[in-house]
Design a binder for this molecule. Structure first.
Ligand code: NAD
Ligand code: NA
Length: 396
């Protein structure tokens, strides 16, 4: 079949196996071009198939020759239906890792569940003995709580009052005003349950209890702050409460890892086009203006550039890990530069359907969005018939 992008709302229903493979290969080439990193050798990545988690897996494997276990929740291909992009990404990653002589195995299922944790612990025990780095990079709208069985759904809402601001439909380029009614207490609790730190702590407790963490093991989860423009819907909204909880959890995990000299960090990353972020109102308009400015300044980064810098310049320098006054690693430093934010704030006031193609990087946004699903990569023949069913080598 010839695979083309088929959009529904904020998602694309199709994905291209060759394009996803090209995406992974490009990221591997980038990491190789930056030279070796004195990083961890046995790495567990939870949320390893797309976005920052995939970039973390690639950086570990191809920057530090690490053995990696990746956990993710993706749809395999079915008769006449493409897999989700993270499936193809992981298939390509494993194939490239194995070709390079690197250990790589994957587990596809719900990382919030006891069963998937059990499978992962058993695999570490059998194959790696222990891990020295755990990356926690889940982005999910829903979590079935493993002890209560209750399904929690996260929401993206402001807290306290209705938030009204501009937003863009990045498919059409239409800039409109959006109003989002405030969350209630239950919304806040649910969002914290899904995207806060409880599950991260459960993973780390389980690993530690079974002696699967090496001496000095590190764990890193990802957070976001962003500017005042998006504050009401992001950092001071429901998702922000979850990030507050995640950031606080880093301290309790560090306490629990004292006996093995381990440490938990939160890294605050840059706003980027991922499946998760394109569903948040207001954020796509902010990102399209931000991209324009950061590209002009020559400081634009994607997930792979961000994570390469996190590992090379923050985590594995051989010196103490630099953090802000709240103990967080900051790789959103270029996004948050005063000059960058001043320019974005000015463009924000000017942004309309008519001006955006000129003053914002809507084309860059769309391109990155299509890239997530394996479309628009140079070197891929999108006219070719692609009938192969792509498997992930370690998943039977
Ligand atoms: P993403 O959607 O690209 O990746 C999410 C990953 O989680 C995928 O591997 C997916 O398979 C996996 N996943 C989701 N639900 C799962 C489940 N139940 N079980 C197992 N795996 C599951 O998202 P992303 O943007 O890379 O986000 C990762 C983290 O980075 C999040 O904490 C996010 O808040 C944070 N972050 C994102 C941005 C941004 O702009 N995108 C910025 C800063 C921080
Ligand atoms: Na991820």
């Amino acid at each position: 079949m010839i695979i083309e992008p088929r959009m529904r709302g904020f998602i694309c229903l199709t994905s291209h196996p060759k394009g996803c493979e090209q995406n992974v290969k490009n990221q591997i080439e980038y990491i190789k071009s930056k030279g070796p990193i004195a990083g961890a050798k046995k790495v567990l990545v939870i949320g390893a198939s797309t976005g920052f988690g995939l970039a973390s897996r690639i950086t570990s494997a191809f920057g530090s020759d690490a053995a990696t276990i990746g956990v993710f929740f993706e749809k395999p291909p079915l008769e006449g239906k493409t897999a989700s992009p993270g499936w193809y990404n992981s298939a390509a990653f494993e194939s490239e890792a194995h070709k390079a002589g690197l250990y790589a195995k994957s587990i596809n299922g719900d990382a919030f569940s006891n069963e998937i944790k059990r499978q992962t612990l058993d695999l570490i025990k059998a194959d790696l003995g222990q891990v020295d780095l755990v990356i926690y990079s889940l982005a999910s709208p829903v979590r079935v709580h493993p002890t209560t069985g209750v399904t929690h759904r996260s929401v993206l809402k402001p807290i306290g009052q209705t938030f009204t601001n501009k937003t863009v439909d990045f498919h059409t380029g239409n800039v409109t005003e959006v109003s989002i009614a405030p969350a209630n207490e239950e919304d806040i609790e649910n969002t914290v349950t899904v995207m806060g730190g409880e599950d991260w702590a459960m993973w780390m407790d389980a690993l530690k209890d079974e002696n699967l963490l090496a001496e000095g093991a590190t764990t890193v989860a990802y957070s976001y702050i962003g500017p005042s423009l998006t504050e009401a819907v992001y950092r001071k909204g429901t998702i922000g409460r979850a990030k507050d909880h995640l950031e606080a959890t880093a301290f309790s995990i560090t306490d629990s890892l004292k006996t093995i000299g381990g440490k938990a960090y939160v890294s605050v990353n840059k706003a980027l086009v991922t499946q998760a972020s394109s569903a948040i109102p207001v954020i796509p308009l902010y990102i399209s203006l931000l991209y324009k400015i950061m590209k002009e300044e020559g400081i634009h980064e994607g997930c792979i550039e961000q994570i390469q810098r996190l590992f090379q310049d923050r985590l594995y320098t051989g010196e103490a890990v630099p953090t802000d006054d709240k103990g967080r690693i900051r790789i959103d430093d270029w996004e948050m530069r005063d000059d960058v934010q001043e320019k974005v704030a000015k463009l924000w006031l000017e942004a309309t359907t008519e001006t955006l193609p000129e003053i914002g990087d809507l084309a860059g946004y769309k391109n990155d969005f299509l890239n997530l699903f394996g479309f628009e990569f140079a070197g891929v023949d999108y006219k070719a018939d692609t009938n192969e069913v792509i498997n992930i080598e370690s998943i039977k």
